[in-house]
Design a binder for this molecule. Structure first.
Ligand SMILES: Cc1ncc(C[n+]2csc(CCO)c2C)c(N)n1
Length: 225
């Protein structure tokens, strides 16, 4: 079995638990609180900007021209394309997207998640370590969206476009990310493979915490209340 296939099987219970969490269930029912959506957008706008910058940190770590071109496309996609999913959310919350992101905020959970990626980008010379910390970002969204679509009819649901976007648009990206990780894992040591696994699992848990952060309206102050 390919290394990334093994990783994906190991995190399936985490993804099922994210599906059952209140943020996603609120989307399934179409009654997620507008406050949760706004909190999510404020954090996610900043998250996407940093995600694009972390792609740029991978460029010097790669040698293949095609791979580098793909990363440049992804930077553009994160900065521009993914914003369409955010507009679906802003429309639901009946707020102007540009106004929301004007005062984006780093909350404890989103802050921790992005620093997990930066740490790996600076700590390890091989891109695979950072890619394992980044891959749950598209993978969790793809899998959660597929579960949503399989189990419910989204016709008439305000989040239909969001679900369709993540269910269909992540495939090519996952193929590239998996390819890089599998290639490295083939000749990696046991200890290196353990770090890759840990990075992937931790980011799946960060994804779960990110949705719950928005649902509970987390702030730095609320953590000590
Ligand atoms: C917390 C959080 N996690 C994942 C995504 C989805 N996402 C963000 S960047 C990207 C990959 C683009 O190359 C994907 C799928 C999100 N918006 N917010």
């Amino acid at each position: 079995m390919m290394f990334t296939q093994q990783l994906k099987e190991e995190v399936e219970p985490i993804i099922e638990s994210i599906y059952n969490d209140p943020f996603i269930q609120g989307m399934v029912r179409g009654d997620l609180s507008k406050e949760a959506v706004i909190h999510y957008l404020k954090a996610d706008h900043l998250y996407l900007n940093e995600f694009a910058k972390i792609y740029s940190l991978l460029i010097p770590k790669l040698d293949d021209k095609e791979g580098i071109k793909f990363l440049l496309e992804q930077i553009d996609f994160v900065m521009n394309g993914e914003v369409t999913a955010h507009y679906t959310l802003a429309d639901y919350a009946q707020v102007d997207y540009k106004t929301i992101i004007k005062d984006g905020e780093w909350y404890p959970t989103s802050d921790h998640y992005i620093k997990h990626m930066y740490f790996n980008a600076y700590r390890y010379s091989d891109a695979a370590f950072t890619i394992c910390a980044m891959a749950p970002c598209p993978y969790v969204y793809q899998q959660v969206a597929l579960k949503m679509k399989e189990r419910h009819d989204f016709n008439g649901n305000p989040f239909k476009d969001w679900v369709d976007f993540y269910a269909t648009e992540m495939k090519l990206l996952m193929e590239h990310l998996d390819g890089w990780v599998d290639e490295f894992a083939e000749h990696a040591s046991e200890a290196e493979r353990a770090v890759l696994t840990k990075n992937f699992k931790e980011s799946c848990i960060h994804e779960k915490r990110f949705f719950n952060m928005a649902y509970t309206q987390e702030t730095w102050e609320s953590v000590v209340e």
